[in-house]
Design a protein around this ligand. Sequence first.
Ligand SMILES: Cc1ncc(COP(=O)(O)O)c(C=O)c1O
Length: 369
Amino acid sequence: MKDAENLFAELLHHRLSKLAPGDAIIPAIQPASVFLTPSAGSNAPYQYGRFHNPTWTETEAALALLEGAEVITFPSGMAAVAATLITQTKAGDRVLMPSDGYYASRLIAERFVGRFNVTIVQRPTARFLDGGFDGFALVIAETPSNPGLDVCDIAAVAQAAKAAGAVFAVDNTTMTPLGQRPLDLGADLVISSDTKAINGHSDALFGHIATRSASIAAEVGDYRKYTGPIPSPFDTWLVHRGLETLEVRFSRMTGSAATLAERLQAHRKVKGVRYPGLPGDPAHAVAKRQMASFGFMLGVDLGSASAADRFIDDCRLVQSTTSFGGIRSSGERRAKWGDPVPEGYVRLAVGCEPLEPLWRAMDATLDSL
Ligand SMILES: Cc1ncc(COP(=O)(O)O)c(C=O)c1O
């Protein structure tokens, strides 16, 4: 995507205009909890560590550039999901969520937000438009959904949800702004778990909300300021560093995923592959319209739980981890967590290994099953 490439080139130099000779070219980690606020200084830009932090300012500026929106960072993706649910609902409201998205988002909505007379309704991502959005205060989509990799039409949902008076949020974790830009397609806010590809190095939990609505940004900012789900300055710094290589990593990961999807589909031990980039995939038509690339995640059905477990355990270049988006390829059999996918379905997150060694390792492991 040309726009995202230009933004990324700018992102790498975004601090330059603020630097004086002798300044460090990378941001500093500022762990201070308190800042000097003399009596004449009530407008000091930094006062107390729960309100602001100079390292947050740096990382939020970089993410804001990439999102084309105001960004509020959080200590995890779930903190960003919770902030969305809490700031965008009130007693008596109905919220629509995907029945096949990340399970913890549904769990916190039902178990905690539901206590405050907020009704949570679920709908599968592939049929997200069915039934319309009348009566919903908040609609949250996750596309492609984790782990099933179904997609919904973001522009169509945005139009219908807004006509019905709902706030429309998209969890864009599986794509990042380089692969898909929900705000450009009409979403009111984007949720991201930056623990995944944005940071990419499996060494920090992090999240953010991006929005072009000044009122949503102010509400979410106040929510963080007063309730306290704040990211640590060190993690914030790590994410700034990880973000700087996102474009290179994403391009390797998505390029490899596209090739691996085709090769895996043709392998005699593989029963089926879900990947929005495959022309025969049920998600392909919508994905082609709204995604700049088809992502780095694949769903590989190996037919049985034992074959899937053996593949993940035995493949030398696929790590068994319950996350995705890191530089190392990883796999997980998601049915073990109760996700609505076949027993032998492996969620494969393609990493940054050079393609051919990665394929050889996968191919050899599949042959041995
Ligand atoms: C789509 C999606 N959203 C949100 C989250 C939560 O992010 P975190 O683990 O950073 O809290 C995850 C985690 O896997 C996810 O996959």
